[in-house]
Design a protein around this ligand. Structure first.
Ligand code: SF4
Length: 199
């Protein structure tokens, strides 16, 4: 599976301390995409699902968030990842997709149905820069937050009422930007550019 990055802990893309997994590759090319470095597929980013699971399984996480890139263009591996996480007992899995839920369901693919039946949340639809709002978790107001599992609905509803925030931190000389900026995204990017890597 082509994976752009894996980060733990993240607290801005779902409740609790989460593992964030960003898949590599997306054909959509949304204007204002906050992860342009994840758009091109890149075979050097290939890692097997079992290696990925070994990398994350001992983290003390509350949930897993899978973003991208577009996770559903690697459907076989995404299916395996969700299946392995589910078998490990990971119950709170949030996935972002630029496809709508209806587009995914229309593919009539058993793997997609398995994923949608086992994750707790899907945030769907492409990012539209002109529709950026200040609701946490989503980038723009056309994106929908589908809460599938009753046991997590209250936690996600509370999270959706919080202020939108972004974590900015430095790791191994790179500045990482985790979360989805709101209408003040230009100030956030400015702050991001002002972070200087330590020598
Ligand atoms: S779907 Fe997401 S990763 Fe793909 S171009 Fe749009 S914002 Fe970027």
């Amino acid at each position: 599976m082509q994976i752009g990055k894996v980060v733990f802990p993240i607290t801005t893309l779902g409740p609790g301390n989460r593992v964030g997994i960003w898949t590599q590759g997306c054909y959509r090319g949304c204007k204002g995409c906050s992860n342009p470095e994840l758009q091109l597929l890149d075979s050097s980013k290939e890692i097997s699902v079992s290696e990925l699971i070994s990398k994350i399984k001992d983290f003390p996480f509350d949930g897993v968030t899978i973003s991208g890139g577009e996770p559903f263009i690697q459907i076989d591996q995404l299916y395996l990842l969700v299946k392995e996480l589910t078998h490990l007992g990971v119950d709170d899995i949030l996935i972002y997709s630029g496809f709508t839920k209806e587009e995914l369901e229309a593919r009539q693919d058993e793997k997609i149905f398995y994923i949608l039946s086992n994750i707790s949340v899907l945030i769907d639809s492409p990012f539209v820069l002109e529709l950026v709002d200040d609701v946490p978790l989503r980038g723009s107001s056309n994106q929908r937050v589908w809460l599938f599992k009753d046991k997590y609905k209250d936690a996600y509803r509370r999270f959706l009422e919080e202020e939108k925030r972004v974590d900015i931190f430095e790791h191994q000389g790179w500045v990482h930007f985790i979360g989805i900026p709101g209408k003040d995204y230009q100030d956030v990017y400015k702050k991001y550019l002002e972070v200087k890597p330590k020598k």
